[in-house]
Design a binder for this molecule. Structure first.
Ligand SMILES: Cc1cc2nc3c(=O)[nH]c(=O)nc-3n(C[C@H](O)[C@H](O)[C@H](O)COP(=O)(O)OP(=O)(O)OC[C@H]3O[C@@H](n4cnc5c(N)ncnc54)[C@H](O)[C@@H]3O)c2cc1C
Length: 502
């Protein structure tokens, strides 16, 4: 067996899809017999939305025709509005979709592509040697069996048995001062502003949908999600710990402490499960390595962030980065596996800044209030909004490149419309098969590279040629009328080696 992926959450399943596109059929071990119905993320935010479009999954996840449109309205950072309308080109894309649906769509897609998904199978032991990894698995009838794999990927959540078995540390901090409470709840109609959808809070003013507010008592947000009851959330500091089950009365009392008003929320009717949750504290941690020998980590197994909202943006892109590299190494192509960590770990490190800066700006106290006022003034400047929007989207870290390389190299390929003799096609649609691609935009149209498919086209860009990796990142680019073929050939060899047929 080539690869076993442990964990059939969104990131493990995304990796299974990528491996299968790369010509390798992975086995996915998932201990749950069916996908968890516990509500978690409500959607995808950032670069990952462009990436799912580049795999033909945007329509399935959103239920809408593509392409995804950038958010040119408002987003938030630490309960402060980020006016994306100040930017010419907003980098933030959002795709509202409950995590359960993301898992279902990815599981269906992975199975279509030939991945073997074993539900009800739990990894209980893992030992690696130079030639492979031996896994002990408990099956649905509690019988145990052994599997031998060339590589194992832990996509098995923050507690990651794979990470522990591989002896990989998970340093970081546990933040224990905050208590977050959330509930799906119904609010009386006359509390809602039909024009803006805002929650009208007497004595406080309107709370706009999806734009959290901070008060002296904590934070509050109101999120009327499509197809679901509105989600109300509070965050408070230094609350007494409680082991009692969370109740709607506790939610009401918490809202009152934060907003100073009794908001008459009621339990929703209709099919659940509905959120009614209390979370004390949180962890911000990044694995000290993403690889140990034949074992890799993706998603929450590799990183978690207390001020969340980014887990899937990072995790699904980890999977897209690792999938083609692992498939290439298994199929005898170039081994570029070590670049997985050098490319992806700095992005998790950067997300620590995102998470901790938000936590600091939300914390109680007059000092923070002063800092927020100043920050609010800075947020009227487009340059500041740009920096934060790129940070939120995960669009501000370039993969490592040599000095002097073309400015597009190391970034995801731009969203171009390509005019070919057969018609106009979006670049996102051309790269769904996850193969390397040379886009020849020269007048002569005579570029070529061994084993690499070439598309000859014109497009509204200064570049005259782009070599894309299967994850749609630019491996090489040129703006010369006659691009340097030797340079192109060297880059092809560096990333893809000798041509290998999937
Ligand atoms: C309340 C909440 C709200 C969130 N909101 C957001 C948000 O708005 N945006 C966002 O991006 N992220 C959000 N997140 C984070 C997001 O849910 C996670 O980043 C995401 O679920 C991680 O996916 P994963 O595939 O890495 O891990 P998981 O989804 O945790 O999947 C891991 C899988 O591994 C399986 N497993 C574990 N051990 C074994 C074993 N020994 N053998 C076999 N299988 C095993 C588990 O059963 C599980 O199915 C939220 C999380 C929570 C809890």
């Amino acid at each position: 067996m080539d690869v076993v992926v442990v964990g059939g959450g969104p990131n493990g399943l995304m990796l299974a899809c990528e491996l299968a596109l790369g010509g390798v059929r992975p086995v996915v071990l998932e201990r749950l017999t069916e996908a968890s119905r516990e509500p978690r993320s409500n959607g995808l935010v950032g670069q990952v939305v462009r990436m799912v479009d580049r795999r033909g999954l945007f329509e399935r996840l959103s239920g809408q025709a593509g392409p995804p449109k950038p958010n040119n309205g408002y987003f938030m950072f630490a309960a402060m509005p980020l006016n994306l309308g100040l930017l010419d080109d907003s980098p933030i894309h959002t795709l509202p979709v409950p995590e359960l649906k993301t898992v279902q769509v990815l599981e269906e897609r992975a199975a279509e592509l030939g991945a073997e998904i074993r539900r009800g199978h739990e990894l209980i032991r893992l030992v690696q040697d130079d030639a492979g990894v031996t896994l002990t698995v408990r099956g649905p009838d509690t019988e145990t069996y052994e599997l031998r794999a060339g590589y194992v990927v832990g996509a098995d959540s923050a507690h990651s048995p794979v990470r522990k078995a591989a002896g990989i540390g998970f340093p970081g901090i546990t933040y224990d001062r905050s208590t977050s409470r959330s509930a799906h709840a119904v609010v009386p109609h006359d509390w809602l502003d039909p024009a803006t959808g805002a929650l009208k809070v007497p004595g406080h003013g309107p709370v706009l949908p999806f734009l959290p507010v901070r008060t002296a008592g904590g934070g509050f947000s109101y999120a009327p999600l499509p197809g679901l009851p509105p989600l109300v959330t509070t965050v408070e500091w230094d609350q007494p710990e409680s082991d009692e089950p969370m109740t709607l009365d506790e939610m009401r009392a918490s809202i009152n402490r934060v907003l100073g008003v009794d908001v008459p929320i009621e339990a929703p009717t209709g099919d659940g499960p509905h959120v009614l949750r209390r979370i004390n504290g949180g962890n911000t941690r990044v694995a000290d390595r993403y690889r140990h020998g034949r074992v890799f980590l993706v998603g929450d197994a590799a990183h978690v962030f207390a001020a969340g909202g980014t887990g899937l943006n990072l995790g699904m892109q980890d999977a897209i980065n690792l999938g083609w590299k692992l498939a290439s190494a298994i199929r005898g192509g170039t081994d570029v596996l070590d670049t997985y960590e050098t490319e992806r770990r700095p992005i998790a490190d950067r997300t620590i800044t995102y998470s901790q800066a938000q936590a600091a700006l939300l914390s109680p106290g007059n000092d923070t209030t002063g800092l927020r006022r100043l920050f609010g003034e800075l947020l009227t400047q487009p340059g500041v909004v740009r920096v934060l929007a790129d940070l939120v989207a995960g669009a501000d870290v370039r993969y490592p490149v040599a000095d002097g390389t073309h400015p597009l190299t190391g970034w995801p390929a731009p969203d171009l419309d390509l005019h070919t003799p057969d018609g106009t096609i979006r670049l996102a649609e051309l790269i769904r098969a996850a193969k390397p691609l040379l886009i020849d935009l020269t007048e002569n149209g005579d570029l070529h590279a061994d084993g690499i498919e070439v598309v000859r086209a014109t497009a509204a860009t200064d570049a005259t040629a782009l070599l894309l990796r299967p994850d749609s990142y630019v491996a090489w680019a040129s703006s010369e009328t006659h691009p340097d073929q030797d340079d192109l050939r060297d880059t092809v060899r560096q990333w893809f080696g000798a041509p290998v047929n999937a």
